[in-house]
Design a protein around this ligand. Sequence first.
Ligand SMILES: Cc1ncc(COP(=O)(O)O)c(C=O)c1O
Length: 375
Amino acid sequence: MSSKSEVLQWKYVNFLINKNNNFNKKAILKLLSSEDIDEAYKTISNWNSYSPTPLISLNKLNQKLKLKKILYKDESKRFHLKSFKALGGAYAVEKIVKGNDKAVISTATAGNHGRSVAWGSKKLGLKCKIFISEFVSEFRAEVMRSFGADVIRVKGNYDNSLKECVKQSKENNWQIVQDVAWQGYKLAPTLTMAGYTVMMKEISEQVNKEKISHVILQAGVGGMAAAMVAGIARYLNNVPKIIVVEPDSAACVLESIKAGKIKKISIKKESLMGGMSCDEVSLVPWEILKNSVSHCITVTDDHISKTVKSLANCEFSDEKIVGGECSTPGIISLASLCNNKKIKNEINLNEDSCVLLFGCEGDADEELYQKLLNS
Ligand SMILES: Cc1ncc(COP(=O)(O)O)c(C=O)c1O
């Protein structure tokens, strides 16, 4: 099957309209304030080697889907860490330790957040302890070690690694810098989200005068998606349709939006999109997402490899793009939405639409990337 016809066959699994959708800029910026957002940009844009990541036109994909424009924020180029997560954890470390050079930093991670925390700790000369589950690849563990972190592997899933991190951190007085919030633990995740908003600041300048009509946001625990919503409130003059995409096996945001309250789901099978395989939306993101998301959509892992290859082989754009597994669901869900005429009409996806997608990571896990590229 040619790539053209293949993309035009793709289908999503679930699609949900948020009946509580009511974007309230003031309420959003109460949860993640303009001051916090501005401080993050001021700090991060002063880091050595900072430069905005590219916003690439997927002009060839657009020829197939027949919209006005598809823009892809390419986070494979974020510092040398290969994902947007570089903006969050490292920033939170810096703000939390406030110059204390004796602090020991800890975190639990699916990979990219830990890489950022390890990098941020190293920059400040701090010791760092990273907890990972049995599902995190040894390749990712090795990268974190290369930033000087002690990597502790825990039996079981991400939740187990987080529990162990909290336990050992309490015993040893380590400073946890987690990207997930819970009751009484909100500062680090909020700072992490503030770091992510740098992406939207850059985008607001890169789009020039183009009005973004739709944005598709990947979600794990919802931190990235909520940060982009706050970025939209802070930097854009219009409110696009905000669509959250998740692996069908880990649709904790969709299930929570459907229920109108946080729902913990049970993950039967881990998605290949490891960073998005999360069973519960985080507290602060939930408060932001519950009314601002217009739609939720879920996709399977089936088209990840094809999407990775198409990005690499210039089938979607003039230039080659290195997009890892978590970079693919925006494209897969957009094509799937366009392939359903009724839904496409309902959400106003047409030749006037300018759609923003996030290429959240590059080949952050090089081994998996090569596997996807060559399968
Ligand atoms: C690598 C990676 N990790 C995690 C996530 C999810 O972020 P969050 O857990 O903040 O929702 C994404 C989003 O696509 C991602 O690309």
